[in-house]
Write a protein of this length. Sequence first.
Length: 254
Amino acid sequence: MAPVLNVSAYLFTRIADPGALRATLRERAVAAGLRGTILLAEEGINLFLAGPADALRGFVGELRSDERFAALRAKESWSDGVPFHRLLVKVKREIIRMDRPDVRPQDGRAPAVSPETLRRWLDRGADDDGREVVLVDTRNAFEVDYGTFAGALDWRIERFTQFPDAASSHRDDLADKTVVSFCTGGIRCEKAALYLRSEGVEAYQLDGGILGWFDAQGDAHWNGDCFVFDGREALDPGLTPVRAPAPLTSSPGA
């Protein structure tokens, strides 16, 4: 097994003090020798971290001891090197920017479909009620070009803030269908599913996103790789990097 553990995780949850929490998490992450990015906002947390397995799992475990983050689920993968040059801990207005303040997953998430259920639907060509299933890729166009589900809708958006307008303009294409939104780890498709439901679409989110699908179902119904925003560039359906991260020389807290 490769020596560096990579973890991606997010959770929409109310955080009243993201500024104060930033200092605490930065101190812990530096002490653990971790690199990557932690984003905090009043709506929740989003993180991409890499480092020694025991230290990183300990960091995530300590984070879960805070009741606000008890439901945090981490997706793990491995690499031969650390794919981040430094550690960044930032406070943002949103942990994933959509510019739709009425979409509030921290108040209640959209219904989710598990990889196992979606696999069954895709294998049979319809959901359990016989309705047509439509997959909507919520990622940016360049990410989609690395790989996507067979037959998924791709609206060629350049940034996630364009998703609501694109969804509204294609609303009629989704009528009377079971729609499943998906993204890399789940964060974008969670907001996307809520927006689609506000538009009257029967929408679900793929629980765990593409990385969760790879872990549970491999390359079933998938073509290509999955772009990731770090030095690995992309992961194949076996969660193996398409290229090794370059050697790093900067200190973790740089």
